[in-house]
Design a protein around this ligand. Structure first.
Ligand SMILES: C[S@@+](CC[C@H](N)C(=O)[O-])C[C@H]1O[C@@H](n2cnc3c(N)ncnc32)[C@H](O)[C@@H]1O
Ligand code: SF4
Ligand code: SF4
Length: 400
């Protein structure tokens, strides 16, 4: 059985808890999580079935609300990270932090199975975040929060566990304080590590909480040499966490991003970088970081294959809603793309399966390369299947 939530900077799926068997706490923490038992909701199954059917038939209508929904809950941040999309994503329509009322107005229209709470800012700066998680949990949805980890402490940490959070991803792009400071300016390496350790401890002592804790590292040219160190850091200093790597997105080859990102398959040094990725993967496999292995496999595919025309099921599976209700086909488009409608102004499914979204899906099916963001994007079905971990891979077919 499985859990859920979208990938990449976003959702992923399994509430796996390979690492250290917790010393105390709930039945879940003691037995079920280490056995890799993960919740799969009936709503999730039904929505994924729609995704698979529509993508298999190459049909532009998904036929049901998305299985996974990303809701931006914050547009403010206390860090200034080197790779962050905030540099190019400054939308005056964005609301600084989402409140519970607006969150419910968005969530209740979609009722996703898997919810990703993140944003172009720091979600833990949204005071209502625990109440959003609780609202989704009461409705049977599985929630993931992505955070810089600076505020994952004290009452806030406890409230998130009480609320029924399924997963927290903590972004740590470096293996030592100096590199961390260079990449995540304004953050405090030691404080983030201490917060992660305290959160794990709190979870293990919590009577009900079963949140998975995952370190997420975005790889670019500047920190490729840190990847192995990040895995070692997780193993030695953060026992109990899972690990996920992402390669830096360029959001349609934006200046300042494309130069920093890992090379494409046809660029100089791609083969050399791929071999480094394989080396890190071997270490992750030896240390039991299974999810990291899947994510490194995905990065290797990006380094070795031309993906500009590859199929992608993302816009049938998940959507991303900005703080003011704008809906985007995926997180890449939300940074540098056009919204397909506003779900606070129109019916959710009318936007999600409406004319603009259908046009977008049709173009993706017929000529992905004609959309600059999709052409430069490093996702495709096989990669997504690996990132999600549990979605069966639908083989690429010849498109009309
Ligand atoms: C935009 S942040 C928001 C959440 C929170 N502030 C954080 O840093 O985790 C969400 C995730 O996107 C990642 N991210 C930021 N810029 C990125 C890029 N250009 N490519 C890929 N991931 C990126 C961050 O490292 C983080 O893991
Ligand atoms: S902490 Fe997150 S939102 Fe803030 S600058 Fe870094 S990546 Fe961007
Ligand atoms: S290919 Fe396009 S739709 Fe698919 S994840 Fe990439 S940018 Fe989004």
């Amino acid at each position: 059985m499985v859990s859920s939530s979208p990938p990449g900077s976003g959702f992923d799926a399994r509430v796996d808890a390979r690492a250290r068997p917790p010393s105390g706490g709930s039945l879940w923490n003691r037995y079920l999580a280490p056995a890799r038992v993960v919740p799969l909701t009936s709503r999730g199954l039904a929505r994924v079935a729609h995704t698979l059917r529509a993508t298999w038939r190459a049909h532009p209508v998904a036929g049901a609300a998305p299985a996974a929904l990303g809701i931006d809950v914050s547009d403010v941040c206390d860090l200034a990270c080197a790779v962050c999309s905030r540099v190019i994503h400054r939308d005056p329509r964005a609301v600084p932090v989402l409140d519970l009322e607006r969150f419910r107005a968005i969530y209740d229209r979609a009722r996703p199975a898997y919810l990703l709470l993140s944003g172009y800012g720091e979600p833990l700066l949204a005071p209502d975040l625990p109440r959003m998680v609780a609202h989704a949990a009461a409705d049977g949805a599985v929630s993931t929060v992505i955070t810089n980890g600076m505020h994952l402490d004290g009452d806030r940490a406890r409230q998130l566990l009480d609320a029924g959070l399924a997963k927290v991803k903590v972004s740590i792009d470096a293996a030592d304080p100096e590199s961390y400071q260079r990449l995540r300016s304004g953050g405090d390496f030691h404080r983030v590590l201490a917060n992660v350790r305290a959160f794990l401890d709190l979870r293990d002592r919590h009577p009900r909480a079963r949140a998975q804790v995952e370190v997420q590292a975005v790889l670019c040219k500047e920190n490729l040499d840190q990847a192995l160190g990040i895995a070692r850091l997780c193993r030695e200093r953060l026992p109990g966490v899972d690990l996920n790597f992402l390669s830096m997105f360029t959001y349609g080859n934006q200046p300042g991003f494309v130069e920093r990102a890992l090379p494409r398959w046809n660029e100089p040094r791609a083969a050399e970088v791929a071999s480094e990725i394989r080396r890190v993967r071997a270490a992750c496999a030896a240390w039991g970081f299974r999810r990291a292995c899947g994510s490194l496999d995905a990065i290797e595919v990006q380094l070795t294959r031309d993906l500009s025309g590859a199929p992608c099921f993302m816009p049938w599976y998940q959507a991303l809603v900005a703080t003011d209700g704008r809906l985007y086909p995926c997180c890449h488009h939300s940074v540098h793309g056009t919204p397909v409608g506003n779900v606070l102004e129109s019916d959710f499914v009318e936007v999600w399966d409406g004319p603009a979204m259908q046009t977008f899906r049709r173009r993706l099916l017929e000529r992905r390369a004609s959309d600059p963001v999709c052409a430069a994007c490093c996702y495709e079905d096989r990669i997504l299947a690996r990132l999600f971990g549990w979605i069966p891979h639908v083989p690429a077919r010849e498109r009309p």
